[in-house]
Write a protein that binds this ligand. Structure first.
Ligand SMILES: [Zn+2]
Length: 782
């Protein structure tokens, strides 16, 4: 079932597909398969197709203060900050100079490879923490945030700002239950067996499996069995949720999208059995084997595949994988799915039900919402053709394979909450995708799960420590410099007609920034009310997971026929990331990213503009990337472009498609179409940040810039500051997965691709024409 209800919907399911654009990809893009690596686990694991969207067990705020800005008012605010900024940057020594220099590889010519020049030594000396197949500056900040959160969660009591908080008590109990290894080992497989009994057993298990009822083939009912699993938070065959209607974004609407494959990329399925598919089948077979052991029987990981029950289980799992491969063949292609104007399909429930009679959609919807859903109700089905073909596939597939597959989708998300042997088989599986044979420590897994589930509780603890009104004010000021730079640049956009330009300006002015965190989280009454429907035990991590799933269901039901709450946040306060939402027309920067090296008072402002300034410009430019441009200032999907301007835009972006497609990772080319939106945002973001910095300098002095020994100019430091927030390491496996699954280009190309398109970069570093960072052909959209 869809958990995008939790995060507001279509912009989230499209997140995978490009509408809500983040600054950074997954925390560890190399391990996206089923999400069994814990550094990102909750997202991937529970709902592979909708990883950012669904698993975050957080609700949006209902009554927070609105962070909208009146431009005139902001001018006053900027004025009050002048002294603060000037003073700070005059007197503070450059305490970060050493770390900036030590990351650089000064033996490399910046005009040849700027990323290597700025990050070479960082990459050469990086110590990747256990469990990660990709690591970078984002990870370092995230890890620092986690250390702080751990300390805060370990504090005694349940008081926040002097008040008792039930939500805080629940969050702490959730964490402690997760850490309770003794209880988890003692419970063994019993909690999963109990779940399977609720679902009527599992067809793949041998008869007379201890503790699990035998599956009864005669009682199989596709609609009913599918619905039971969606009610429990799985999403076999498709996903369903409530999200803004893209053509009327203040109204929520039921949406159905394709889902239900175990991999995040259909390319990993093949007619010839691949290593990935075989690893996936082996994983399932081991789970089946562990479940079917006699009460007095145990196995160790090394011997598991030689057990007599393993081979038959493997055969059955291979059928499931083959079925998923068949699903992947009818998936709408990812680059099409990501285009909202090409996939906007509004039909009635009856019209939808008629194209997929193999499933009783009326029954399904009535059960999911616990109320009668009218056949005349309008819904959105962006992947409409998928459902047409799914009906045929379901007709052709035997009952037993369907039954095996459905219940596998209920089993998968729970494996993380079982004893260590399950964790070991998960690691063996995920290493095929990640190239990493280690897992993150338990405390980190539990912390991340807690942060995902109670993101506004942990967020409240976090912001109390790190966010000051001054930080909020200063970063808000930066956003306005960026917004002004975009608007100030519009007269130079020669390929756009005046009417379209005017509409673009209106949209840019209308973009709402949200900074830091929603204010309501500091009010324990509101925080407690927000989490009141979630039950947490101090003893069972498995039961807690089930309760979180139920809470999501209640949340979905609560969204029905409610207006969209545009105050909601779709990221937790401690996250090191940022996003643009097209239906909200907003840019959001959680406090997790408002820290060094993105923003740091002890750095020259040139580096801050290169760091957080570029991220802000990146998010703003998403409003005008190849998909963001299809939404108007009110967040509605509407064509506001003159024909000639639209054609010119396409030509401009084609240049970037070609440029990025020419980059290679190993022997694979970057997908210039898949990554286009992010590349437009990177290029626009860097340019806006540079222009904003020049504007800032007209008022302020940035005297702290000369790094010891380097003697770099402020403008050079701007680019160094930009590049170094993207220093990154990935295993080859992880890098290869990223090409398939991550809409962001690899960091090396994010840096070199953007600087090589900027003439001013070559001026600043004296790059001769024709060098790699100063090619004769340059691409520019904004
Ligand atoms: Zn982005």
């Amino acid at each position: 079932m869809a958990r995008w209800k939790k995060n507001g919907g279509s912009y989230w399911w499209r997140n995978n597909n490009g509408i809500t654009m983040t600054a950074n990809g997954e925390k560890d893009a190399g391990q996206p398969m089923l999400g069994w690596t814990e550094d990102q686990e909750d997202d991937y694991y529970l709902r592979p197709g909708l990883r950012f969207a669904l698993a975050r067990e957080k609700k949006q705020d209902r009554c927070l203060a609105i962070l909208t800005f009146v431009a005139f008012f902001m001018l006053v605010v900027i004025g009050t900050c002048i002294i603060v900024l000037t003073t700070r940057h005059y007197v503070k020594p450059c305490t970060v100079c050493d770390s900036v220099e030590s990351a650089m590889n000064l033996s490399v010519d910046p005009c040849q490879d700027f990323y290597e020049y700025t990050c070479g030594n960082w990459v050469a000396n990086v110590k990747v923490p256990e469990g990660y197949s990709k690591w970078g500056t984002f990870g370092e900040v995230y890890s620092r945030n986690n250390d702080l959160l751990l300390k805060l969660l370990a504090e005694e009591g349940y008081e926040y700002n002097g008040n008792h908080s039930e939500a805080l008590r629940k969050a702490k109990n959730y964490y402690h239950a997760c850490m309770n290894v003794t209880a988890i080992e003692e419970a063994g497989s019993a909690p999963l067996k109990q779940l399977l009994n609720q679902l009527g057993g599992w067809s793949i298990l041998p008869r007379n499996t201890p503790g699990i009822v035998d599956w009864d083939e005669t009682s199989f009912d596709l609609t009913r069995d599918l619905t039971s699993i969606h009610l429990k938070d799985g999403s076999p065959l498709f996903d369903m949720g409530i999200a803004p209607d893209e053509k009327n974004s203040s109204v929520g609407i039921i949406q159905f999208v394709q889902d239900g494959i175990g991999f995040n990329a259909i390319e990993l399925y093949s007619d010839n059995v691949t290593t990935h598919e075989e690893a996936y089948a082996a994983l399932g077979a081991k789970v089946v084997l562990l479940l079917s052991l006699a009460d007095d029987e145990s196995v160790v990981l090394e011997n598991i595949t030689s057990h007599s029950s393993y081979a038959p289980a493997l055969e059955r799992m291979r059928n499931i994988v083959e079925f998923e491969a068949n699903i992947s063949k009818i998936y709408m292609p990812k680059n099409l799915v990501r285009d909202p104007s090409k996939t906007y399909t509004k039909v009635t429930v009856k019209e939808f039900a008629d194209i997929i009679p193999q499933i009783n959609m009326t029954y399904y919807l009535n059960e999911m919402f616990a109320t009668a859903i009218s056949p005349d109700r309008k819904i959105l089905v962006p992947t409409f053709s998928y459902f047409v073909k799914l009906n045929d596939l379901l007709k052709q597939t035997d009952k037993r394979t369907l039954a095996d597959y459905l219940t596998w989708n209920a089993v998968k998300p729970t494996l993380r909450f079982l004893p260590k042997i399950y964790e070991d088989i998960i690691l063996k599986y995920s290493s095929v995708f990640s190239g990493s044979n280690t897992t993150v420590p338990l405390w980190q897994k539990c912390l991340q799960r807690t942060d995902n589930t109670f993101t506004f509780v942990t967020g409240a603890l976090f912001v109390r420590e790190v966010v000051t009104p001054q930080l909020k004010n200063e970063t808000q000021d930066l956003i306005h410099y960026i917004q002004d730079a975009f608007i100030g640049n519009l007269p130079n956009v020669t390929w756009m007609d005046d009417a379209t330009k005017e509409a673009a300006e209106e949209k840019a002015y209308a973009i709402k920034p949200k900074i830091g965190f929603p204010d309501w989280i500091e009010d324990t009454v509101q925080l407690d009310a927000y989490f009141k429907d979630i039950n947490i035990t101090a003893t069972s991590v498995f039961q807690n997971a089930m309760n979180v799933g139920h809470y999501s269901l209640l949340y979905l039901r609560d969204l029905l026929d409610k207006p969209v709450d545009k105050n909601e946040w779709h990221m937790g306060p401690s996250e090191v990331n940022a996003y643009y939402s097209a239906t909200f027309n907003e840019i959001v920067f959680p406090s997790g990213i408002l820290q060094a090296p993105f923003y740091d008072v002890s750095r020259p402002m040139s580096m801050n503009f290169g760091g957080i300034g570029m991220v802000m410009g990146h998010e703003l430019t998403h409003g005008f990337d190849n998909h963001g441009r299809e939404f108007d200032k009110d967040g509605n999907l509407r064509d506001w472009w003159g024909n000639a301007s639209a054609v010119a835009y396409k030509n401009k972006t084609d240049c970037m498609v070609d440029q990025y497609s020419s980059y290679k990772i190993g022997d694979k080319h970057v997908d210039g179409v898949f990554t286009l939106g992010e590349n437009i945002a990177d290029n626009g973001g860097l340019k806006l940040a540079y222009q904003a910095y020049q504007q800032w300098r007209e008022t302020f002095n940035d005297t702290m810039g000369l790094l010891s020994g380097l003697g770099m100019s402020q403008d050079q430091l701007f680019f160094v500051g930009f590049s170094q927030v993207w220093c990154s390491y990935a295993t080859p496996q992880s890098a290869e997965m990223s090409i398939l699954t991550d809409t962001h280009t690899a960091e090396k190309f994010r840096v070199n691709g953007a600087v090589s398109n900027m003439p001013v970069f070559s001026d600043v570093f004296n790059c001769p024409s024709g060098t790699p960072m100063n090619p004769k052909k340059k691409c520019e959209v904004w």
